[in-house]
Design a protein around this ligand. Structure first.
Ligand SMILES: NC(=O)c1ccc[n+]([C@@H]2O[C@H](COP(=O)([O-])OP(=O)(O)OC[C@H]3O[C@@H](n4cnc5c(N)ncnc54)[C@H](O)[C@@H]3O)[C@@H](O)[C@H]2O)c1
Length: 370
């Protein structure tokens, strides 16, 4: 009896122990820095390991997170360090391989946007998560933006009726990154569409209730990134024009199985009036909306009215990003549902790749298969 009582006590003691998520990082560069700072604030997370191929960066991170183990090869990290979850923060080319390896090692995974470079990679990631019975989350922080949540709620409650058309914009006037590998198609899969257009596209698609994409067409242009930046005062001068082989500007159209249409404009360098612009505008048969400002346009009491929420939570980038990191931990550690499942990432990937395929093919309509 005494023994069994002791056992029961031991059991209940361990049941009371707060759960802690042991997280490993694959890629420890710019976005990992932000993720690390946000996860480090949580008492239920341990930053257990960091893997990066850049030894100097790894050394720097090690000084910042001395309790974490450092690895130059993520496969060694997955083999030798017990982890519950991994976040993939490498350039896009490594997203699929690193995600699949982490899932197969038994870890839940959050992968930064875009999920992958190709639809085949994205499918493999979703399939592996299913087979391994692990959770796969895409780092789509803009879904956590209070403006996006408001518009999605309006959609869910029928406030737009049938969404007919959405205009999506992610444009920079002269914002070609002068760090990382954002101008190299072979490492990123593309330029502004896959890097910044993906943000505006995924949140617009989410706010429209994630309809099924059916086909896409696009045109793209390269005219500045492949030339030296000198001469013009700009935000990030000195980009590597010698390796730049992605688009500066892409304009495209996506058709959905419910009849809705998206038009997208995205650029690292477009001659627009503002420094940068990210927005989408929904037009439905009952109502419409803009994301910025978060404003719903509808008919009410015999009038055309524009409605804005009286108050929204903080929409500052870091606050929204914190919600994304919290969302991942709450999903994998505490079983809460995610609003960024791998399958949504796959749908977005099919749109990105169809837009690029069409642009490479003279703007021809390109079918999208689910
Ligand atoms: N959600 C967002 O708002 C946001 C913002 C910026 C970047 N990102 C995404 O994050 C990813 C990384 O972008 P970044 O700005 O941090 O780039 P970065 O160049 O600053 O960092 C990438 C890091 O990955 C490391 N790396 C490369 N290959 C690796 C490998 N095989 N194994 C381990 N480490 C490897 C590099 O050495 C580098 O330190 C990209 O996919 C990008 O699209 C997302």
């Amino acid at each position: 009896m005494a023994e069994s009582g002791a056992k029961t006590r031991r059991k209940s003691k361990s049941a009371d122990k707060p759960k802690v998520l042991r997280v490993g990082f694959i890629g420890a560069g710019g976005i990992a820095d932000l993720q690390l700072r946000m996860l480090a604030q949580r008492k239920d997370v341990t930053i257990a390991a960091l893997a990066d191929i850049n030894p100097r960066l790894l050394e720097k991170r090690y000084r910042e997170y001395p309790d974490a183990e450092g690895f130059s090869n993520y496969r060694q990290m997955l083999k030798h360090c017990p982890l519950d979850a991994v976040t993939v923060c490498t350039p896009n080319k490594s997203h699929a391989a690193a995600t699949v390896a982490a899932l197969q090692a038994g870890c839940h995974v959050m992968v930064e946007k875009p999920m992958a470079m190709t639809v085949a990679e994205a499918r493999r990631m979703v399939r592996t998560a299913r087979q391994a019975r692990r959770k796969l989350v895409i780092g789509f922080q803009h879904r956590y933006d209070p403006r996006t949540q408001y518009l999605r709620r309006v959609f869910d409650e029928g406030g737009f009726g049938n969404v007919l058309y959405t205009r999506v914009q992610a444009l920079r006037r002269r914002g070609i990154p002068n760090w990382g590998v954002f101008g190299r198609k072979e490492l990123q899969g593309g330029g502004p569409l896959i890097d910044i257009g993906v943000h505006a596209l995924e949140m617009a698609h989410y706010a429209m209730g994630c309809p099924t994409p059916r086909s896409a067409s696009a045109d793209m242009f390269t005219y500045l990134g492949n030339k030296p930046s000198d001469g013009i005062v700009s935000l990030w001068p000195g980009w590597d024009h010698s390796t730049y082989n992605v688009e500066d500007l892409l304009v495209g159209r996506i058709r959905f199985s419910n009849g809705a249409v998206i038009h997208i404009e995205t650029a690292f360098a477009a001659h627009i009036g503002q420094r940068s612009l990210m927005n989408f505008e929904i037009m439905g048969d009952k109502g419409g909306a803009t994301w910025e400002p978060a404003e719903v346009h509808t008919d009410e009491s015999g009038h055309m009215v524009n409605k804005t929420p009286g108050w929204l939570p903080d929409t500052a980038f870091e606050r929204v990003f914190q919600r994304k990191m919290d969302g991942f931990v709450d999903h994998v550690l505490h079983g809460q549902p995610t609003i960024c499942p791998g399958t949504d990432g796959l749908a977005v990937q099919t749109m990105l790749n169809a837009l690029y395929a069409s642009a490479a093919n003279g703007g021809r309509e390109t079918p999208i298969r689910g």
